[in-house]
Design a protein around this ligand. Structure first.
Ligand SMILES: NC(=O)c1ccc[n+]([C@@H]2O[C@H](COP(=O)([O-])OP(=O)(O)OC[C@H]3O[C@@H](n4cnc5c(N)ncnc54)[C@H](O)[C@@H]3O)[C@@H](O)[C@H]2O)c1
Length: 417
């Protein structure tokens, strides 16, 4: 029984009273999300378009649970309990008594609209509706319903059962109670929630994808080989993998879609997708999933080192440090985000640690280097037109050590326009 008393006073609802959770769409993300909720003790109803899709979703969950059992992370008994809490259907009408619904259908506004207007009709007025969208407007989705105060983004990371971060995305209409409740739910399913407003890319993708794009730009400008770029950043920031390896893993098409959404929202050259990224997507070289990418589809033999002015500066003269050339703009992006009041320093670090596997978040990386070093890198890159950061973030400039007026960062910050 779910004791919410649908439609009753909102403030008395508590996460303990949540029982039935709907997950709509059981693809790469939805199947994992359904598993996560069932493992945390919720009764889950997974909804798909047809029986074949239900079977695929169920098989995905089965495989993941079997793996957990064989690794000793789940007992057979626990697994049986999880199985008993999971039901599957092809009818959205079966969500008529759901307390909470997470939508994970394909990233297309027409499909999301269809699902949300239906959910709003089917579910009781107190049901919270969440979308797992990565790039569409949560505000626009919420506005389709008669309960925009109870609609949020709940952005999981892939693979959902493994990645700890969830971004709770609020709109101007989301009520505080909804945010509190959803954050509590996120904790109850073992995740680390970060709350942020409805901006393109949210926190993690808005910091990660432009950094990948920067790496593609440097590669395209023949500053270094893919191996040099990847290992330099790994070394500089202790990352588990370099940005071009990550691009292959995430998918070039996904990276391009995020860049285009950022560009659409800000029209800032910082967010212009690298021409090479666009060409690779046009050619169907999407990374691991298409079998061809920066590494995928090659024999993975090291590339010949580029020659030319940029390569010389990085390699022989060491005018610029390759790893810092990718870390500094990302720190700058993070400081801009914090300075805008979009996310707190703590949330920015949490998002990169738990969503992207960073051992240290951007503000910790800044702390380690000092603002002067970061600004110096940005300025030097700007002098050679090697960055899309036009001017360092005000918050970064504020961190520069006090010097005489006008000398704060080595002779002017006009990185370039
Ligand atoms: N894949 C990722 O890495 C990732 C990460 C975070 C967020 N997301 C977001 O999660 C959402 C789902 O992405 P995905 O990668 O799981 O997609 P996917 O294509 O793997 O899965 C989508 C599923 O939805 C089903 N579906 C389609 N229309 C439906 C409908 N009307 N009702 C019910 N089910 C329907 C499809 O049959 C499919 O199984 C998207 O919004 C995406 O942006 C994806």
């Amino acid at each position: 029984m779910h004791g919410w008393g649908h439609g009753g006073p909102y403030s008395v609802r508590m996460v303990q009273e949540f029982d039935k959770v709907g997950v709509v769409g059981l693809g790469a993300m939805g199947a994992g999300i359904a598993e996560v909720f069932a493992r945390a003790g919720f009764n889950v109803i997974g909804v798909e378009i047809d029986q074949a899709a239900v079977d695929r979703g169920r098989a995905h969950v089965d495989k993941s649970l079997s793996r957990a059992v064989s690794k000793g992370k789940l007992t057979e008994e626990e697994r049986a309990g999880i199985d008993a809490r999971l039901t599957f259907t092809t009818s959205r009408e079966d969500l008529a008594d759901a307390d909470f619904v997470v939508e994970a259908v394909p990233e297309r506004m027409d499909i999301k609209k269809d699902v949300f207007s239906d959910l709003d009709r089917i579910c009781p007025p107190g049901t919270i509706l969440a979308t797992n969208t990565s790039s569409l407007s949560v505000t626009e989705i919420a506005a389709l319903t008669g309960r925009p105060d109870k609609v949020v983004g709940l952005h999981f990371f892939n693979p959902a059962p493994v990645m700890k971060l969830v971004e709770v995305i609020t709109t101007v209409s989301t009520s505080e109670e909804t945010v509190d409740l959803v954050s509590e739910v996120a904790k109850r399913i073992g995740k680390t929630p970060v709350t942020a407003g409805d901006r393109a890319g949210f926190v993690a993708n808005a910091l990660l994808v432009p950094y990948i794009n920067d790496a593609v730009r440097l590669y395209e400008r023949k500053v270094a080989t893919r191996e040099e770029i990847d290992s330099a950043v790994q070394k500089a920031a202790g990352l588990p993998m370099g940005p071009l390896t990550l691009a292959d893993l995430v998918g070039l098409d996904v990276c391009l879609a995020v860049m285009d959404v950022l560009w659409e929202e800000y029209r800032d050259p910082r967010y212009a997708a690298s021409p090479l990224m666009r060409r690779m997507v046009a050619a169907g070289r999407l990374g691991r999933k298409s079998g061809q990418g920066f590494y995928a589809g090659t024999d993975e033999a090291p590339e010949p080192r580029p020659t030319g002015r940029y390569a010389e500066m990085v390699r022989e003269e060491e005018t610029l440090d390759l790893g810092e050339m990718l870390i500094a703009p990302q720190i700058d992006d993070a400081m801009r985000m914090i300075g805008d009041g979009y996310a707190s320093a703590k949330d920015v670090d949490t998002a990169m640690r738990f969503g992207c596997g960073y051992p240290k978040g951007p503000t910790e990386l800044l702390e380690e280097r000092g603002a002067e070093s970061v600004v110096t890198t940005l300025v030097a890159m700007g002098e050679y037109s090697l960055t899309t950061v036009a001017v360092p973030a005000p918050l970064l400039m504020d961190r520069l050590p006090d010097t005489q007026e006008g000398e704060g960062h080595g002779g002017g910050c006009a990185c370039h326009g």
